[in-house]
Structure formats: C-alpha cells, structure tokens
Design a binder for this molecule. Sequence first.
Ligand code: CP
Ligand code: NVA
Length: 305
Amino acid sequence: MRHLVTLRDVTTEEIQRIFALTADLKAKLQKGIREPILPGRVMALMFEKPSLRTRVSFEAGMAHMGGSSMMLGDDVGFGKRERVDDFSRVLSEYIDVLVMRCKQHSSVVEVAKYASCSVINGLTDSSHPCQALADLYTIDCHVKSLEQAKLAWVGDANNVARSLALACGKLGVHFAVATPPGYEFKEDFLADLNKECPGMNLTLTNDPTEAVRGASAVYTDVWASMGQEKEQQQRRKDFGPYQVNGKLMSAAPNEALFMHCLPARRGEEVTDEVMDSPNSVIVEQAGNRMHVQKGILAWLLAAQH
Ligand code: CP
Ligand code: NVA
C-alpha cells in the first residue's frame, strides 16, 4: 500500500506525475468541470491539532472528485481505546485513505505500518509533505524552470522547512535556509537529506540577507509552531532579526515571490507590508493546497488498484 508519510515516499518522477494531475484538475475546475474520478471512494481525517487549510482543502477536493470524506473526532479514541495496530487494521476495512495531523510523527508512521488503506501526513511535529508539494507547484507556476530556481527559507528549521528541503532536493531547486543560531536543522536530518537527495544545492546560514540574495521566492513561517507555545517569548527574542520585512525583501530580486504556509502571525515573522505586497502569493499558495492534494489523492487511489 502506498502512503505519503514523508517525501521520502515519492520519487522525483512521481512528484512530476502528481503535478501533471494537479495541472489538469486545476485547469478543468477553472472551466467549471468537476469530473467524478473517485466515485464512492472514502477519505477519513483525524486531526490532533487545529487546521483550516489542510482539512477544508482535502474535504473540498474529495467532493470535487466524487468521493466522500468524514472527520473523525475524539470519540474514535485513537491511542486510548485500543492498540494502534487494531485501530489501523479496522479503519482500513472501511476507508480508502486516511489523512492524519498528529502531535507526534511516530503516530502517523505507526498507523501506516498496519494500514491497508493509504495514509497521508497532514502535518506532524517533523514534517508537512502536502504543504511542500503545494509550495513547489506554486513556485513552478511562476518561474521558468525549477532547476534554476532558488527558494530562501528565513526562520525556524521546522516541519515545513524539513519537507521543503526534501521537495527542493528532489526537484533540483536551490534551497537556502537562514535560521538563528541554535535553530538550525539537526545533524541527523541533514545526514538523511544528503542520503535522499545527494548533491542537492543547499545553503545553510545564520544570515537572512545571504539567503534571500538571488532568490526566486522568500518563505517564512511562525517562530513557534503548534505545540511550542511555551517557547513563544524566548523565540520572539531569538527570531527578531529574522523578520521578513521590506528591508529584507529589498535584498532579494525585485520579482522574488513572498510565501508563507499560513496561518501567519503578522507583525512577528512577517510584516503586513510584505504579506499584502504584489509579490505575495500566499492566497494562491493556500489555494494550491487543494489542487495538489487532489493530484495526490488521484495518484494514490489509482495506485491502489
Ligand atoms: N498551512 C496549513 O497547514 O494550514 P492549516 O494549519 O490551517 O491546515
Ligand atoms: N510550523 C507550523 C505550520 C502550520 C501550518 C506549525 O507546525 O504550527
């Protein structure tokens, strides 16, 4: 059974296939065409953290394709009522695909291990693969070629940054990461990235200006992710010089896009001026979550038969 737990689960060619499906489905939707290509297919979503984009975009996308979806609540008792292997095997009897947003990445890995339905990671503490695919698709729509593009990440080397690193590595994009000292990627992640994407163009720095120089897109995210609320105060101090504002954007090329996975804390990691600038593609990026996830569902569910 194919899953999308991290981007290690897909090859470059498979990502390109997902992007081709996405482009087709998006073009059709823009003409008002919603082909029921997944009739009777059932998706369940189980979220341990809040969500606007991921939940609604998956549900809307599945509806467009003629399938159905259900949000599982606390009543299913994940991790409480029964062992995870029993939970996973039983749920697989009913549904075709499960989207999970979990506090711990290991929960998604564990469910996928026993599932005979597809499992999609809708964000964990360590990765956000659907976000990264939608982001790279968005960049692809704006640049001449991904192989010549540079994505600058300014902020915390968090779940979104890790998935973007893998996505950039697989698609030949130069990824430049500027973090405050102490917030860099961990060594074990870098070793794994190097194994998965040998020879990728990766710049690691503590200097945001260096990262954004020559960038096709500048990307940031909240300084404290969900679950890190207690570190908020400390992080506000540590990340202050890493705010994406007009001054930092002026060190990037004039045409550089501004990106954010959202939700944003306006006035912290990014100013209103940048969020609302003509270069900002935040809404298109959020819209592409749905289009790319439709591509992922169409690809994954076709692969089941
Ligand atoms: N970007 C993103 O995953 O948004 P939600 O947390 O609203 O799903
Ligand atoms: N890094 C953020 C992303 C939210 C979509 C978080 O995990 O809270």
